[in-house]
Write a protein that binds this ligand. Structure first.
Ligand code: ARG
Ligand code: ZN
Length: 850
């Protein structure tokens, strides 16, 4: 096999045929499914060969306008089928193919595969080519008719049901769509049903399909779906457009969920929830992913992407929309903080390492490797910045124009920016750099006070990233407010628009030198660098009127205290005192209080140390964090006990934001008190808990105290048959294992019979738990690295996509000391030397080592 060649944005050419209609027939059988495809095609560019993608298909028959095509007229390769132009009519024609595929052998979970006895599909990005010969690219859109033949009782596909009989069903999707939105499900499933009436009166039958026995755990997802449908009408004026909306939960899934037209397919962990089995974080995530996939119906399906380089067009926008939804129905401040925490932990980390790439990449080998935090989360930040720059009204006008102008099309980032320009009259030439240049800008700020005028001077600089040594200045929206010495807001939030490499902004007529609150609400995805005193940060932590920046001030205080503690310093008494105030205020806003109590993660401290020029020592960081936790607990034991008691929930259970916030605060207190009572409280709670939130938090505490054996055994007895809960059982033990024990614990768990490693959720639970155990994964022995690499090597031939994705655990190697760098590079080298390594993992490892 020749080395895979990169695809480039610059090489885009339109497909030379139009697909007017697609009719598919599936004769389902686990090991030998037949797929009959009838494509109505119209040539668009005379003389072009007809090239169809197809991989792993056994071709049974090929007919053009009803006649078998002679082998001399086409060529078949490992990646597709080409029919010579000379064999094609000049006008519209019909191509029919029959192929055979083997869903039962499909462990890559791409195309048509089996999961727990049911047939299901995953076609984004390029899975449809594993089902039939087709132009598998998003700019080819067509209406689909699908006939499914199978003895299984439930047979689903996209669009509206047309007819069904014993052993068959037919579906029709009137909305032209690209092949990546195709879906088919067949199984012995049961549904939770409901109904939704759209703003204009269309009645929509809703159903969530699950395995028998799971139907009682779909109620929350159904409520989330209805809330999403209403919200999209109210916030964006977007209505649903079919008679049915189906969601199916499957246990084996490479990602979170998929927005197939009218038939969303979900990882079961993002659908099923009950108080005993799902944590509050699970509930919140289910709600946001249900919303995300539903919102794709307009931003993704009705308007799709011209090519995969434009992925952020649908993903960045849809993430932005699901974030808006969550902040509307829960707490906006808490949501923003959670999103920024995730952005920094995943996207900043990506942007600062060897895998850095622009929000709109310009080349790739395997597109599945670009479903990244940069495309999704930074893509959403870019939409948020656009909105801040043009204002709420401008944003609404631009979005209305976008839907008007591009409905039914496969669009580009240029189209997207043009609607903003036309709707608001703004020139977005410079703004576009957010899409084309990788890297996180560093924003330095200095201040000047001359007795009445206060001046802020900003300097921006973006470090080089792979393939992009030189960066140009970005447009950066910087939200700033000024506070008086007593904490009053003397200048309310104002948006500064920075466009130069260095730029000053003056505030006139102030009576006294103010305290600035900069980058309020995290108005741009940058690293803010500001020389400031601990006292000023403590002031902002106590007084900032912007909740995000209030939290941020506390976070940065804790971060610098921890950095100093890694160097041997004692806990900062001012910081300890500040936590006393947090605890006093927390009961008034428990979710916010819980966030303020949460210390920076070990990975975050490692990043900060690296940025300050010190290679992080994971063991030292782990120790420093434990010492600070202990010091806070000791200083505030009484208050912690009081808050812990006050936040107890008398029930009945509700997954709403308010009670979830109380549980979060209570569990934050538990985590601190745990150090003092040596796990006694956690032990009691673990058995008495009525929610998974409490049970799992208590279990983590016991693991940290190394007294979890009994609780783990009881947990396992209670939930042995629940796959999703057992994933948590696997994860929590590795994630919270002491650094010296992490690799050993992981190896012990991996040897258990219920470590079903071919199931991506189970694999991710164990291996993801190890990668997230910072001091364990980065243990100086290299045992964590070795174990992890062994398993990537084992999984790669089975499931390249998940393997490639999980290789990102190694992306931080340049941060560490020479010893750890060498260990990590050696493991990456060992992976890359595997014979037959997948294209997915091959590309990742090459980029990681470059
Ligand atoms: N479009 C899906 C979502 O974000 C993601 C599916 C990606 N799947 C994949 N195999 N690359 O909602
Ligand atoms: Zn999406």
């Amino acid at each position: 096999m020749t080395a895979p060649q990169p695809k480039r944005l610059a090489d885009y050419t339109p497909y030379p045929f139009r697909v007017d209609q697609v009719a598919l027939t599936f004769r389902l059988a686990p090991c030998a499914t037949q797929v009959l495809a009838r494509l109505d095609l119209t040539p668009q560019s005379p003389g072009a060969d007809l090239r169809l993608d197809g991989e792993g298909l056994r071709l049974l028959a090929l007919r053009l306008d009803g006649h078998a095509l002679p082998p001399a007229d086409y060529t078949l390769t490992e990646t597709g089928l080409t029919i010579a132009a000379r064999a094609l009519p000049a006008a519209a024609f019909v191509l029919e193919s029959e192929v055979e595929i083997d869903p039962a052998a499909n462990t890559a979970l791409e195309g048509l595969y089996m999961s727990g006895g049911m047939f299901c599909t995953q076609c984004e990005a390029e899975g449809f080519r594993h089902i039939t010969f087709y132009p598998d690219r998003p700019d080819v859109m067509a209406p689909f008719r699908v006939r499914i033949e199978s003895d299984l009782p439930v047979l689903l596909s996209n669009g509206n049901p047309v007819a069904q009989g014993t052993g068959w069903a037919e579906w029709h999707d009137p909305w032209p769509k690209p092949a990546y939105l195709f879906a088919l499900v067949a199984g012995d499933l049961v549904a939770l049903r409901d109904r939704f009436t759209t703003a204009s009166g269309r009645s929509v039958d809703l159903a969530i399909w699950v395995r028998r026995g799971d139907e009682a755990r779909c109620g929350f997802a159904m409520e989330a779906l209805k809330r999403s449908m209403r919200w999209d009408e109210e916030a964006y004026g977007r209505e649903y457009d079919l008679d049915v909306f189906n969601i199916v939960a499957v246990d084996d899934f490479n990602m979170g969920a998929m927005e197939n037209k009218g038939l969303n397919i979900f990882n079961s962990k993002l659908v099923l929830a009950s108080p005993e089995t799902a944590t509050d974080a699970d509930y919140e995530r289910i709600e946001s992913v249900i919303a995300h996939e539903y919102f794709h119906n307009w931003t993704g399906n009705r308007i799709t992407c011209r090519d995969w380089f434009q992925l952020c067009l649908k993903e960045g926008l849809t993430v932005y929309r699901d974030q808006q939804f969550t902040s509307d129905i829960r707490s906006a401040a808490v949501k923003r903080i959670e999103d920024v925490l995730a952005l920094r932990a995943r996207q900043f980390r990506e942007d600062q390492g060897p895998l850095a790439h622009p929000v709109r990449p310009e080349s790739y080998i395997e597109i599945n490797n670009f479903y990244t935090a940069t495309v999704y989360e930074k893509g959403a930040e870019v939409v948020g910045m656009l909105r801040r720059l043009v204002g709420d009204d401008g944003y609404r006008r631009a979005l209305d124009l976008y839907f008007d102008r591009h409905d039914g099309q496969a669009a580009t980032i240029e189209d997207w920016l043009t609607v903003f320009e036309h709707a608001t009259g703004r020139d977005l030439t410079q703004f576009k750099r957010w899409y084309s240049e990788a890297g996180t800008p560093r924003l330095r700020v200095t201040e000047d006070w001359d007795g009445s005028r206060y001046t802020l001077t900003f300097t921006q600089e973006t470090p080089p990233t792979p393939g992009q040594p030189v960066k140009t200045p970005r447009v950066i929206p910087i939200a700033v407010g000024l506070l008086g010495q007593n904490g009053d807001e003397v200048v309310p939030t104002r948006l500064l628009e920075m466009t130069e490499a260095s730029q000053s902004f003056a505030f006139e007529g102030l009576a006294a030198r103010p305290v600035p609150s900069i980058l309020r609400g995290f108005s741009a995805p940058v690293v803010l660098e500001r020389e400031t005193t601990q006292a000023e940060r403590a002031f902002l932590f106590a007084h900032d009127t912007d909740p995000f920046n209030r939290w941020e001030a506390g976070r940065s205080l804790a971060r610098s205290a921890l950095m100093a503690m890694v160097g041997g310093a004692a806990p900062d008494p001012d910081l300890i005192a500040a936590y006393g105030r947090v605890l006093a205020d927390a009961p008034a806003d428990p979710a916010f209080g819980a966030l303020c109590l949460r210390l920076p993660s070990e990975d975050e401290i490692a990043t900060a140390l690296h940025a300050a020029g010190t290679p992080p020592d994971p063991a030292e960081i782990h120790g420093a964090r434990a010492r600070l936790t202990h010091a806070i607990a000791t200083a505030h034991e009484g208050a912690l006990q009081a808050v812990f008691a006050a936040m107890a929930d008398p029930g009945p259970f509700s997954p709403d934001a308010a009670p979830a916030g109380r549980r979060a605060l209570r569990m934050a207190c538990l985590g601190l008190l745990n150090r003092l009572d040596n796990g006694a409280r956690a032990e009691r709670l673990c058995d008495a808990a009525t929610t998974m939130t409490e049970r799992l938090a208590a279990l983590a505490c016991l693991i940290e105290m190394n007294r979890a054996a009994g609780a783990l055994a009881r947990f396992r007895d209670g939930f042995a048959h629940d796959r999703l809960v057992m994933d948590k059982w696997f994860m929590v033990q590795v994630l919270h294992a002491a650094p010296d024990l992490a690799a050993e614990t992981a190896a012990h768990l991996a040897a258990l019979p219920d470590f079903d490693w071919k199931n991506p959720n189970r694999f991710r639970a164990l291996m993801g738990g190890l990668a997230a155990n910072h001091a364990g994964f980065h243990h100086a022995s290299g045992a964590g690295y070795r174990f992890y690499a062994d398993w990537l090597i084992r999984l790669d031939p089975i499931n390249p996509q998940t393997t490639a994705r999980m290789s990102t655990a190694f992306e931080t190697w340049p941060r560490y000391d020479a010893h750890r760098q060498a260990l990590m590079r050696a493991e990456l080298g060992r992976i890359s030397a595997q014979p037959g390594l997948s294209r997915d993992t091959g590309e990742m490892v090459a980029r990681l080592l470059a």
